[in-house]
Design a protein. Structure first.
Length: 468
């Protein structure tokens, strides 16, 4: 193993992977890459010039001039620290908080298999970057650096290898790969690709070919910058998505697809967002760990692939770790008639490391967020009955939610689940099975739920009158 690989994986000096990049490293990303890979001063100077010369991807609105430099640092950082899921597989021995994945002190980061792979990744990156630095043509060097970043990310997540859509058909671009790295997605995408997801938590078989294809489609959409966020993105435009969303008015469709962000000034300045973008991959590392990407990874697939599935994330300014601290699964389902849409919110989970955080208002903020979404879409909202007192307090005290005609009542309901794009569905509330293959339409058992019907729900056939 070359000196560069050894240095990259032993910055701490104790055989452990280095922690996530510091603000100082991000301020000069190429210098940080040079330190981590033991590149020469001349190579760092050359690579800094090459990265600066990478042309702006003008067809991507999120493109930034420093995409190459920042993406390269994040790639080196994550590739030289991630667990080797191909060897370790899935299981309940992984960290249960995102903070632990940044600190990298857990055994899954330091075991022999993971260390060997981290060192191999460092050596490969060192060799490739030295070649880029030695390239005489500035234009070719810039092209080679862009290709290196995109191709190495795809290789590091374990894609290809005869599973799913061939990577030769993927269309990666630098801003999208940078966005994936900024969202720390190398580890979760590697877990979904390399872990065996062909059985449920209860041991029932899950079709492997279908799993391989959906995981590949998700990863391909991520690196192409078309994963989520717009009506024509992969999450909302694949054939299964159209089935899940069929019958919605165009106003309701737009209301669901757009990820609302709400600041709650009366609740300690909490912020909530109904997330369907790259933030969903880490959401199940907030509390209740069984749906985590490396615990029972098949349980994450419904959230990251279904158009009907989002997660409400809670951000608290007193939580200093730059990621959400609370989350609740949030779905767009249908009542038993199969035609009437309803928003479905599950319990609030809080990060296991959130000691000292006052999470008492997290549920209230999420209910306000979900109710406002329901009012905007003109559909009902279904909540667990344990939330009745909180729901009454926050909904009935807000004029915009408690207009004439609005109701809040406990009732018995069955839900219709249209087929899951993610092959499986996973919920302790929709079924007693935890996770199960759900490739055909199903109707749940009868459940006692608290249902908020906003005044606008009576106008659900209104708006522009159109349907998707």
């Amino acid at each position: 193993m070359g000196q560069g690989g050894e240095s990259a994986a032993q910055v701490r000096g104790d055989g452990r992977p280095s922690p996530s990049p510091t603000p100082a490293e991000k301020a000069d990303p190429i210098a940080a890459v040079g330190r981590r890979l033991s590149l020469s001063t001349a190579e760092v100077v050359r690579l800094r010039a090459v990265a600066a010369a990478v042309p702006l991807h003008t067809k991507v609105r999120s493109a930034q001039k420093d995409d190459a430099a920042v993406a390269l640092l994040l790639l080196v950082d994550q590739a030289c620290a991630a667990p080797d899921y191909a060897t370790l597989g899935k299981g309940w021995f992984y960290p249960d908080s995102r903070m632990e994945y940044r600190r990298r002190l857990h055994d899954v980061f330091t075991c022999a298999a993971s260390r060997a792979r981290q060192l191999a990744s460092a050596a490969h990156l060192t060799e490739r970057l030295k070649a880029v630095a030695a390239e005489d043509s500035p234009k070719k060097a810039a092209t080679d650096l862009t290709a290196l970043i995109c191709a190495t990310f795809i290789d590091e997540i374990g894609a290809g290898k005869g599973k799913g859509t061939p990577t030769s058909e993927w269309r990666p671009n630098l801003p999208a790969v940078r966005a994936a790295l900024a969202a720390e997605l190398l580890t979760p995408l590697r877990a979904l690709t390399e872990c065996d997801l062909t059985s449920t938590m209860g041991g029932s078989p899950v079709p492997s070919a279908a799993i391989d294809h959906v995981v590949a489609d998700i990863s391909a959409a991520v690196v192409a910058g078309r994963y989520s966020g717009t009506v024509d993105s992969w999450v909302y435009s694949n054939p299964g998505a159209k089935t899940q969303l069929a019958g919605l008015s165009l106003d309701a469709m737009r209301g669901w697809v757009f990820d609302d962000r709400v600041r709650h000034d009366d609740m300690g300045d909490l912020t909530t967002v109904d997330e369907s973008g790259l933030g969903v991959f880490w959401a199940t590392k907030i509390g209740g760990p069984s749906h985590g990407f490396d615990y029972e990874g098949q349980c994450l697939l419904p959230l990251v692939s279904n158009a009907r599935h989002k997660v409400i994330l809670v951000q608290d300014p007193s939580w200093p770790h730059h990621h959400p601290v609370g989350r609740a699964h949030f779905r767009l389902l249908h009542f038993e008639d199969g035609r009437t849409p309803v928003l479905w919110m599950e319990t609030m989970n809080v990060d296991f490391r959130a000691n000292g955080i006052d999470d008492g208002k997290f549920l209230a903020a999420a209910i306000v967020h979900a109710a406002a979404k329901a009012e905007k879409m003109g559909v009902a909202l279904s909540l667990d009955t344990y939330a009745k007192r909180t729901a009454q307090q926050v909904i009935e005290s807000r004029a915009e939610l408690w207009a004439k005609g609005a109701t809040l009542e406990v009732r018995q309901d069955r839900m219709v689940l249209r087929p899951s794009v993610g092959v499986v569905e996973a919920s302790d509330y929709l079924s007693h099975k935890h996770d199960w293959v759900q490739t055909v339409e199903e109707t749940t058992h009868e459940m006692r739920r608290l249902v908020y019907t906003p005044a606008s729900a009576a106008k659900k056939e209104g708006g522009d009158g159109g349907e998707l």
